[in-house]
Design a protein around this ligand. Structure first.
Ligand code: HEC
Length: 292
């Protein structure tokens, strides 16, 4: 049995990933020429990260967190505009380990999520979901999701391909969704729900027509919080978890993205990253998880 405790984390290089507060910036908004001058180049093939990554997360987050109502109709007073993660990855014969360290800083209590102070999430794709390698989490971020500009309370993250083309947001039939699921066309969604001094609660889910929990969860999590308020969270995920989960194997490139809900927030009131890549053992990627 592999374990996250057996990894010598002091020897694993950490990489800083900057997360920004996105306000109501949905994929649809980014694909509107009047509202996003990056649209044209994105459609021509340039990825989000190539224009924004490790560059403007801090100033853009600071501007969006207190932006005008057209961008942020319900700002949270005193909320910081960004948050940084230190990310480490490793694996053994059985599991992938992802360790995330972050300081939420001074966070006002938004009172949206009464149960958890902080939630840290990761989404993962293996190249199956259209555009996810280029736009990361934004492929699941839509205008009609709860708390977004045209939000409906019942709508969560979803993939475009789960909707009937031209159907005004109508969802495909259960049979069609089942076929997509079997073909691996979903994002994996891992979350650690945190309260100081309490055991973290792990969520192992996926995003297809909605965000849903897996019935056979394999994601485990552990977390500690320092006296200074810095969280260290580790996700443990079986490399080969069977049906309903993606195989994590050497030689394949995975797209990953991170988010943090801090200060009892929910829905869109989180910090998010641009898309990053992950490989096992060796290759060209933002994160190369090596054997431990
Ligand atoms: C060719 C470069 C380029 C690409 C590719 C690009 N952007 Fe942008 N983006 C910009 C520029 C320039 C701005 C600032 C001016 C504007 O909003 O039009 C911007 C603005 C933004 C903002 C701030 C919006 C606001 O209202 O202040 C966000 C968030 C953003 N982009 C996210 C993304 C995401 C996500 C993607 C990928 C789906 C992406 N961008 C692709 C260049 C780019």
């Amino acid at each position: 049995m592999g374990s996250a405790q057996a990894v010598n984390w002091a020897k694993v290089p950490a990489k800083k990933i900057m997360l920004l507060y996105p306000a109501q910036t949905s994929f649809e908004r980014l694909m509107s020429q009047e509202r996003h001058s990056g649209r044209k180049r994105f459609l021509e093939g340039k990825n989000c990260l190539a224009c924004h990554g490790d560059i403007d997360e801090h100033p853009v987050g600071e501007s969006l967190v207190h932006a005008e109502p057209a961008k942020e109709p319900t700002p949270i007073l005193g909320k910081p505009g960004f948050l940084d993660l230190q990310v480490q990855t490793a694996h053994d014969a059985e599991n992938l380990y992802v360790r995330l360290e972050f300081d939420p800083g001074k966070q006002p209590d938004a009172g949206m999520d009464k149960d958890f102070e902080t939630k840290v999430s990761m989404m993962m794709d293996d190249g199956t979901v259209p555009d996810s390698a280029r736009a990361g989490c934004w492929v699941a971020c839509h205008d009609d999701a709860a708390s977004m500009a045209r939000g409906k309370d019942t709508v969560t993250k979803y993939l475009y391909s789960s909707r009937i083309p031209g159907g005004g947001g109508d969802i495909k039939t259960p049979e069609d969704l089942e076929k997509m699921k079997a073909a691996g066309e979903y994002l994996e969604y891992w979350q650690a729900r945190l309260n100081p001094g309490a055991k973290p609660v792990a969520v192992d889910g996926y995003v297809l027509d909605k965000r849903a929990a897996n019935t056979d969860p394999v994601v485990k999590t552990e977390a500690t919080r320092s006296k200074a308020g810095v969280w260290a969270v580790i996700f443990t995920r079986k490399l080969m978890a069977g049906a309903g989960h993606k195989d994590i194997v050497p030689g394949k490139t995975y797209t990953i993205g991170f988010s943090v809900h801090a200060g009892h927030t929910a829905k869109r009131f989180h910090y998010v990253s641009y898309e990053r890549t992950l490989v096992l053992d060796d290759g060209k990627a933002d994160f190369v998880a090596t054997a431990n």
